[in-house]
Design a protein around this ligand. Structure first.
Ligand code: TMP
Length: 213
């Protein structure tokens, strides 16, 4: 089973990885928790370039192909082997992030991104994608607070530095693609405190697993 988490900056999705992993472990299911960009040795190097706040201007296509290069490596080294071994894969961001950030955000052609994904994925799609939704003003404030408090690295803030309008287009993008594929997406209100969000996510997973049986 392949589960992906998505959302704007500061949506709290990464905080939810632990309770999600604990949920599957309680059920005796082996789980691999991973992330994009990253999740492999090569991917972590690519991540450092992609999120470096000192790089102000990167051509949108360079950005797109770096995310896809990271993903190809991640699929080959981490995701496909884990799924083949019958494990649950929980991934902090995946292809939908590219559709939304590089497509809706940077304005790259959605059809071209779709074609790339069909080629790279070869039919693989997440079984469930949870979108953590909240207004970008609140998400950005949380993200910068985490940097000031030391729980988020200031070396990864290239996207947080984008204008509010960019983040609004990201939120709208996620809500739009979630409406287009309601059977795969679940939208969770991420404005509540982390425990309440966790409860909502666990309830969703219980429902999903029961439905899948
Ligand atoms: P995060 O680890 O804090 O979620 O940061 C990853 C950043 O990379 C986030 O700003 C979203 C961005 N991103 C893209 O623009 N395209 C992608 O395909 C992925 C996976 C992430």
């Amino acid at each position: 089973m392949f589960i992906t988490l998505e959302g704007i900056e500061g949506s709290g999705k990464t905080t939810q990885l632990k309770p999600i992993e604990a949920f599957f472990t309680r059920r005796g299911l082996k789980t691999v928790v991973t992330r994009e960009p990253g999740g492999t040795a090569v991917g972590e190097k690519i991540r450092a370039v992609l999120l470096n706040p000192d790089i102000e201007k990167m051509a949108p296509l360079t950005e797109l192909f770096l995310y896809e290069a990271d993903r190809i490596e991640h699929l080959e080294k981490t995701i496909r082997p884990a799924l083949a071994a019958g494990k649950i894969v929980v991934c902090d961001r995946f292809c939908d992030a590219t559709v939304v950030y590089q497509g809706y955000g940077r304005g790259l052609d959605l059809e071209m991104i779709g074609r790339l994904h069909r080629m790279i994925l070869g039919g693989l799609t997440p079984d469930l994608t949870i979108v953590f939704d909240l207004p970008p003003e609140i998400g950005l404030e949380r993200a910068w607070k985490q940097v000031r408090g030391g729980s988020r690295s200031g070396k990864e803030m290239r996207f947080e530095k984008e204008k509010l309008a960019f983040h609004r287009s990201i939120r709208d993008g996620y809500l739009t693609i979630a409406r287009l594929e309601p059977e795969r997406f679940a939208v969770v209100d991420a404005g509540a405190d982390a425990n309440a969000v966790s409860d909502a996510v666990i309830a969703l997973l219980e429902q999903f697993i029961d439905r899948d049986r």
